[in-house]
Design a protein around this ligand. Structure first.
Ligand code: AKB
Length: 313
């Protein structure tokens, strides 16, 4: 049985991760934290603590009182917002990570933090991108993610901290909308399709990116953290993906359910530039082989579930 403290628990991943971990390990074994008090119903009446990840003393205080055996560090700025305030992104993304790693080292905690397809750059092979390949990202987010992958490996090799991590693609969910990512269009489209019957995409036609439904992402975290460490040849930076598509394909899928749906384009040069620097489709065979990663949702199934859930909100 694990006992887990989560940072950034009010974010897009953290919200659903908290829910799922509570189901699996029990409410009393999961402590979500974030920089502000929650307003969502699902956090009410259950353990929650305010934590700014830049404050290592507060992080230690919470670990001393809650006594977890695992820390899942989710607090970070996403790609588009990091590009608009690079210095703040460096300080928060790297400062928060090193604090969480230090706490994991001092209190002997298992450690998870996500990397991203953002850790790749324009010189990375675009198709079937291998797990070990050229990584020269051109965004601040990408620089943070590559540095984070290396730092997690360093804490494992140098200090024996059981660090584990995956490179997430764009994550698609209906519980909590994402904020400040490049792949957010693939979430927005579903909400706008239901609310307005149309969507104006800031990502251009023909731009392929990897994506994944949130249920698969959360399950991947649990599976990797539960995997027998002796079976893992590497610990961090596992490529994982659920699907890859261009905006026209997701629009066509939505149209199957909402025949009058219309897709327009008004390309944002910043986010398009970031998307152009990322792979079309990554190779996740190492995750499948080493810890049996096995996503369940493709574009068709995800579209059905997303539209249904948003309609019932
Ligand atoms: C973003 O677009 O910044 C994130 C990511 C792919 O890491 N969704």
């Amino acid at each position: 049985m694990k006992r887990i403290i989560i940072t950034g628990a009010l974010g897009q991943i953290g919200t659903e991760l908290t829910q799922k971990l509570r189901e699996v390990y029990g409410d009393e074994n999961v402590l979500p934290t974030d920089i502000r008090e929650p307003d969502m119903e699902i956090f009410k009446g259950k353990p929650f603590e305010v934590l700014d990840v830049m404050n290592i003393d507060r992080m230690k205080e919470l670990v001393e009182s809650f006594k977890p055996d695992t820390i899942m560090h989710m607090a970070a700025l996403l790609s588009a917002v990091a590009e608009s305030k690079p210095l703040i992104a460096w300080n928060l993304n790297m400062g928060g990570l090193v604090n969480a790693l230090e706490v994991a080292r001092e209190y002997d905690l298992q450690f998870f933090t996500p990397s991203s397809i953002g850790a790749f750059g324009p010189t990375t092979p675009k198709d079937d991108t291998p797990q070990v390949t050229i990584q020269r990202p051109t965004t601040m987010y990408g620089v943070n993610k590559v540095s984070g992958e290396l730092l997690c490996d360093y804490y494992y090799h140098k200090f024996g901290v059981d660090t584990r991590g995956v490179r997430f693609p764009g994550l698609i969910s209906h519980v909590k909308e994402p904020g400040g990512g490049t792949t957010d269009y693939a979430v927005d489209i579903y909400f706008q399709a239901i609310r307005e019957g149309q969507y104006t995409s800031y990502i251009d036609k023909g731009t392929y990116m990897d994506m994944m439904y949130m249920d698969d992402a959360v399950q991947a975290i649990i599976d990797l953290m539960e995997a027998d460490g002796d079976q893992l040849e590497t610990r961090n930076a596992f490529n994982i993906t659920g699907m890859s598509f261009e905006p026209e394909q997701i629009a066509a899928e939505v149209k199957k359910h909402i025949p009058d749906f219309e897709m327009n384009y008004d390309v944002d040069p910043v986010r398009q530039g970031i998307a152009n620097s990322w792979p079309n489709h990554i190779d996740d065979s190492e995750a499948r082989r080493q810890w049996k990663f096995n996503p369940k949702y493709d574009l068709e199934k995800m579209t059905e579930v997303m539209l249904e859930a948003i309609r019932n909100k």
